[in-house]
Design a protein around this ligand. Structure first.
Ligand SMILES: Nc1ncnc2c1ncn2[C@@H]1O[C@H](COP(=O)(O)OP(=O)(O)OP(=O)(O)O)[C@@H](O)[C@H]1O
Ligand SMILES: [Mg+2]
Length: 503
């Protein structure tokens, strides 16, 4: 090994798609035992880069040197066997299979020509115990929370002797307490001399975990910095290539009448939740995983059955039968799980964006195509959706750009009340600010907004009021002068008392 301890070196990696130059002769190297962050805007081609490393896609040209030798891994399994594993942005688990079957998928342990389930379960159990988690190897993956599913992905990576572990936005689906766990695992791997390549849009994490950070922009290598020699502003500047203003827009709008009033909302998970939101107001919902934030939104939206409770919309009591009914009555929901509920991946950006706001474009049954194009182009520009045209299928976009499409849909509908569930998950810094501004604009137009977010800075920066949920109950309402990360977390974890409320 050379003096810098380089374990993996990428030399002029190039990836061309018809009409699109994705990777532009990118060179980058990774040291043994370092946590190396990769930062860049949505569509900067981070995921594509690491997919060329794992052999999930073939580069058009370029060379990869691993442990001093030129290699050409033909598939993710081949590179896993060589010690390079990856946790992809969208998980790759098969939900119908058990934990152990997933961990050894494609590399099943065999005995006398048969799959040795007992051995696979035993090995999986060892890895999980070593990670300090209590997951049953025989459990089906679909029964696990997202946080645990990710740990199964990590276990899968560790089931082989891993030298390089790549994590593509591992924190995006996690809540704060699951995040702590992820950090511990990353630090532990580093102490075992594993190289961790960590892709994230959350710069706090980059500063907490990484030794070095590389920035890429538009498929090009920009630079690599030692974390101790850089700061947030410099990283942002290198990533976006332009100056960004304040993180959160000023709130100057008047709050109007109550738009949505929810009383004693009770479901199988929620107990007597009551709250209201005014026109022009952004209400933040805080809480840990399982606290009932998403459930509250879904119940009001008619997506989950309600056992008890009343919903009053613009002064009139309503019964919401299902999501379609909610939309008709003026309630919108931007779901946290874009893959399942947010988009029709095979359809174009234009069709996806206009789908939920067809009322705006349709005159009778004729869709006003010109107006459709105009408005969707406006959204594409504002949110900087990176795509060659509006007609490409959403499936060809990067993760964050798909999320932007989901948001565009919502931002264009004409609802009186909008629930945003983790609106900026996986979205880069520049576009985040744009989304914050659009949310504020919607409020200024008189819409009532409920925002669910696990990102404390954004919850604190955007909310006019914060409601904290814990185990299906509303435990505290906070006014802006009371906000702090500590207080919110304290209530969210059920450890609150009156002293905190007064302090
Ligand atoms: N099959 C394809 N055909 C054409 N272009 C493609 C294809 N796959 C990827 N691309 C290009 O690569 C880009 C996706 O980049 P990638 O997913 O690597 O971005 P990213 O940096 O990981 O972004 P994010 O932060 O949103 O995850 C797309 O914007 C597109 O231009
Ligand atoms: Mg990506």
């Amino acid at each position: 090994m050379n003096k810098d301890n380089i374990l993996l070196e990428l030399n002029k990696i190039r990836k061309e798609y018809p009409g699109v130059l994705a990777l532009d002769d990118l060179s980058l190297s990774f040291r043994e035992g370092e946590v190396h962050a990769i930062c860049g805007e949505n569509g900067a081609v981070k995921s594509t880069l690491i997919k060329t490393v794992t052999g999930a896609i073939r580069p058009t040209s370029g060379e990869m040197i691993y442990a001093g030798e030129v290699v050409d891994h033909q598939s993710p399994i081949a590179s896993m066997n060589a010690g390079i594993s990856c946790i992809y942005q969208e998980f790759n688990l098969i939900s119908e299979l058990t934990v152990a079957e997933n961990v050894f998928f494609g590399r099943e342990i065999m005995k006398n020509g048969f799959i040795d389930y007992a051995a696979m379960q035993e090995k999986t159990r060892e890895i999980l115990v070593d990670l300090g988690v209590d997951i049953d190897p025989k459990q089906q993956v679909k029964e696990l929370t997202v946080g645990f599913q990710q740990i199964v992905e990590i276990a899968k990576a560790l089931s082989q002797n891993v030298r390089i572990l790549i994590m593509d936005e591992p924190s995006a689906p996690l809540t704060n307490n699951e995040l702590e766990y992820l950090f511990k695992i990353v630090k532990k791997l580093k102490s075992q001399n594993v190289t961790v390549i960590y892709i994230s849009h959350r710069l706090e994490e980059v500063f907490e975990l990484a030794d070095r950070v590389s920035i890429i922009r538009d498929g090009q290598y920009i630079s690599t910095l030692e974390i101790k020699d850089t700061n947030r502003d410099e990283l942002i500047h290198l990533m976006v290539g332009r100056e960004l203003g304040n993180d959160f827009p000023e709130d100057s709008c008047e709050k109007g009448d109550v738009a949505l009033k929810v009383e004693n909302l009770t479901t199988s998970l929620l107990k007597d939740i009551s709250f209201d939101v005014r026109k022009g107001e952004i209400l933040g919902l805080a809480g840990l995983v399982g606290a009932g934030r998403t459930e509250t939104a879904r119940a009001v939206f008619g997506a989950d059955p309600i056992e008890k409770g009343t919903i009053t919309l613009l002064g009139k009591e309503v019964v919401i039968k299902n999501p379609g009914d909610a939309i008709n009555k003026g309630i919108g929901l931007i779901p946290e799980d874009r893959k399942q509920h947010g988009i029709l991946a095979q359809l174009s950006i234009k069709k996806n964006i206009s789908f939920s706001s067809l009322g705006t474009f349709a005159r009778g049954l004729l869709i006003n195509s010109k107006k459709e194009t105009e408005l969707t182009r406006g959204m594409k520009d504002k949110l900087r959706i990176k795509a060659p045209t509006l007609d490409v299928p959403v499936s060809s976009l990067s993760g964050g750009n798909q999320q932007k499409v989901v948001l565009s849909k919502a931002l264009m509908t004409d609802s009186d009340v909008l629930f945003f569930d983790e609106p900026t998950r996986g979205i880069d810094v520049g576009a985040k600010q744009e989304i914050y501004r659009l949310m504020r604009d919607l409020a200024a137009e008189g819409k009532a907004i409920v925002m669910i977010s696990s990102e404390m800075p954004e919850l604190i920066g955007m909310s006019d009021r914060i409601m904290v949920l814990c185990e299906g109950e509303l435990v505290k309402e906070l006014a802006p002068e009371e906000y702090s990360q500590e207080i919110i977390l304290e209530y969210a974890s059920g450890g609150s008392n009156n002293e905190i409320a007064r302090s």
